[in-house]
Design a protein around this ligand. Structure first.
Ligand code: GTQ
Length: 350
């Protein structure tokens, strides 16, 4: 308990009062007010950095010891050192590295937690979302919106590894977790692979009510291929960079132009070789992946050397500036979407 400074006798009598009220489940606000209603965010998460190669080594060993089917999901959680035992990378977000070996299946389930996958290694494994397969390539973004059935499988000859980003701590905070399994581990393929990319991914949609309009109206798209976003980012990089963001693009939900998931926003960024971004901070906590290039991330007083496929976490209200040795391309996701919906989000450009 944080103690306000008071004369000794007053302190003693107050402490006696606190002890007397404890059995009645009452506790004084004035002892904790400053910490509860802090002038700026006070994140328990700390900036941290994972080398992909280290995580991959442990993941491969896990692959020797447990199958994807046994584990249901064979995932190593990226746990923030400031949140031990919480299965969280920030106060509101979860991150994990999932591996599916050749021939394996991660059985179908659905849950209220929203998920995204960002492919780190391998090519050609799939996630099936409500009967439609998204065939995944390196650095593709694939979504599993809340309550949609999903299973993962790998019919290729190589391991497939991706980053899972979920809102598990947010859903836990609201005590709103629901989940279901079926006896069929692999969903039936109801349509052509990546069918919704051609139906909803090109500024078109099937006419409402027609048989082809089978995705939910508010969340039609769930696959954002690397080839598409990288091309947009390259085109954008021909222009003037923003001083604080360099070249940055947000993945959007075509139904409303908003974030890809109700709780999670996702973006990509390119910092041109030899340039740096000015410091900036936001009230969102964010998880970053280095897609290509080398450079450094300065987070408050810390400096992190960035190499391809490294991962790092930026806590709420920590100041970030990026310096690129070679063209530096980053993917990131954050809880900005949830904060904007709750009218909490703020940012500051320094
Ligand atoms: O693939 O459905 O990393 O349900 C954690 C929970 C992945 C998944 C995770 C999950 C999943």
């Amino acid at each position: 308990m944080i103690s306000i400074l008071l004369p000794n006798d007053q302190r003693e009598q107050l402490d006696q009062l606190y002890a007397a009220m404890r059995p009645d489940s009452l506790t004084p606000l004035w002892e904790v007010l400053a910490a509860l209603v802090s002038p700026t965010p006070n994140s328990p998460a700390i900036a941290h950095h994972w080398r992909f190669g280290d995580a991959r080594r442990h993941l491969m060993r896990a692959g020797d010891l447990i199958s994807a089917e046994q584990a249901e999901r064979r995932v190593l959680i990226l746990e923030n050192p400031g949140l031990p035992g919480e299965s969280a990378i920030t106060a509101s977000l979860y991150a994990g590295l999932q591996m599916i070996l050749p021939g394996e299946v991660a059985p179908a389930h659905r849950h209220t937690q929203s998920a995204l996958r960002f492919v780190m290694e391998g090519e050609g494994a799939y996630t099936t979302v409500d009967g439609e397969r998204a065939v995944m390539r390196p650095f593709d973004l694939v979504l599993t919106p809340s309550w949609q059935w999903h299973d993962h499988g790998n019919e290729t000859a190589q391991p497939m590894i991706w980053l899972d980003g979920l809102d598990i701590p947010t859903v836990r905070h609201f005590a709103a977790s629901f989940a279901e399994k079926t006896d069929k581990p692999v969903q039936a393929r109801l349509v052509e692979d990546d069918d919704s990319l051609s139906r909803y991914g090109r500024n078109l949609r099937p006419l409402r009510g027609s048989v082809a309009d089978r995705r939910p109206a508010d969340r039609p798209l769930f696959h954002y291929p690397y080839a598409d976003w990288r091309r947009s980012l390259a085109d954008m990089a021909a222009g003037m960079p923003d001083p604080h963001l360099a070249h940055a693009l947000e993945f959007i939900n075509p139904a409303d132009g908003g974030s890809v998931l109700p709780t999670i926003a996702a973006q990509v960024q390119l910092v041109p070789a030899g340039t740096a971004t000015r410091p900036r901070r936001g009230s969102d906590g964010a998880v970053y992946v280095v897609v290509e290039g080398r450079g450094t991330a300065r987070i408050d007083d810390r400096e992190i050397i960035l190499l391809p496929r490294d991962l790092f976490v930026l806590p709420s209200w920590a100041t970030l500036s990026l310096k690129a040795e070679t063209d530096l391309v980053l993917f990131s996701y954050s809880d900005r979407a949830a904060q904007e919906r709750l009218e909490l989000y703020r940012e500051e450009r320094l």
